[in-house]
Design a protein around this ligand. Structure first.
Ligand SMILES: [Zn+2]
Length: 122
């Protein structure tokens, strides 16, 4: 297991060379690394793995804190429902591409033998 691949994608860097960006913007993922030409998509449907990561981010960073605040009576029920609903609509859009980036890093962390060897520049 090579955790540096995950930490590179956590900072939006290519898992292989740590130079090129995986995401161009919050809503756009590059197809390959601008520095080492690593194709980010490994196969059709590869980035479906980003969906549970997005779900985990939203639950861990938004839904659970709101529920805890509601249980502690820091926010009224109306606010809890409204905030949860707004987060459920907007956060998947905001975390979708970044979750794919994290999935790429997790994939190579646990399957480092799948990492293609970089070609030497000619
Ligand atoms: Zn690269």
């Amino acid at each position: 297991m090579k955790t540096e691949y995950f930490f590179r994608t956590l900072r939006n860097r290519c898992p292989r060379c740590n130079e090129g960006a995986v995401l161009g913007t919050l809503f756009h993922r590059h197809d390959k690394c601008s520095n080492c030409d690593l194709a980010f998509s490994r196969e059709d449907g590869f980035f479906i793995g980003g969906i549970p990561i997005s779900y985990g981010l939203i639950c861990g960073l938004w839904i659970i804190p709101i529920l805890v605040a509601w249980l502690l009576e820091w926010v009224p029920t109306d606010w809890m429902i409204g905030l949860s609903f707004c987060g459920a609509i907007s956060l998947p859009l905001l975390t979708y591409r970044y979750s794919q980036c994290l999935w790429l890093g997790l994939y190579f962390t646990f399957a480092e033998h799948e990492m293609p060897i970089a070609r030497k520049s000619e």
